[in-house]
Design a protein around this ligand. Sequence first.
Ligand code: ZN
Length: 341
Amino acid sequence: MSIKRLYLALTAITFFVLSISAQNMQSASSFSKRHNDLLAKQNRVKDQIRVQEAQKYAADLYEECEPEPDIYTEGWDSDLVNCYKDANVPNTKVIDVRHYVMPIKGNYVTSHYGYRPQFGRSHKGIDLRSAIGDTVYSAFSGRVRLTRFERGGYGFYVIVRHENGLETVYGHLSRFLVKPDQYVKAGQPIALSGNTGRSTGPHLHFETRFMGYAINPEAIFDFGNRCTHTDSYTFTKSTYTKARDYAPSKRYAAAKKSTEKSSEPATTSTRSSKKEQPQVTASTKKSTKESREKSRSTYQVQKGDNLEKIAARNNTTVAQLKKLNGMTSDKVVEGKVLKVK
Ligand SMILES: [Zn+2]
């Protein structure tokens, strides 16, 4: 009788203890994620990049760095790298992308994947708007392959090789939160975003690669809705073979082709198609401004203008201007609109 009672008591205690520890475990992990985020925001990490170190690192690497080398073929540490011989790359591969976390909090794509005519080369990833110091998360679980600096391109960047076969690249960072060989979970903070390398403003450059082949991240992720399009992404080698050929003479044609192919997922939503317009370069801007000036028929008098200046600017003469506008003196009033044709 007493043994049975003791047994009941023990069962009750065990159940009680187990339920408490289960609760503790749950809260501990959710707190630890938030805690990691806070740590990242406060920049309290062991392996911070100090300014002097960064400069020395930059100086050391500068000699061996070509502008935007392909990070999977040039200057590579062979100890750390799978050589990605073409022969080993399967013709098709179904990549499981279910267990993802978006690499950054925002969802605004500022630059798409593909050929950029204004720079004469291909953009092998996408740019996501971010502020300096925003936490960058590993998109999937995996192991950090390397953390490096490239002055002419990626700036500080991290590459993580994932269990699903993909590798993700995070560029223009301001700080690393992980070290090479470190195992990271999907959603673990790995760096802080920044504006290092060839970058004109703070943003995260994000690439998804399969055995060296750059896949359009927007073919995998729907950044606007912060999710993946489907549970798996099917890599087809033939789709990417040409895009991978970076020989200068072939680069233009190959990259152009890859843009045409990759534009399909990007343009399916009107949200992103608008931003895909190539930027107007400085010279185009200038020539459109000039042609506008030549074609207009009226001119608003600016501060410091006189008839000679206005005539010169509008390809006409002082006499013609006076005649067109019925003027009797050479005096012009700022803000007044004159006929110039
Ligand atoms: Zn970019």
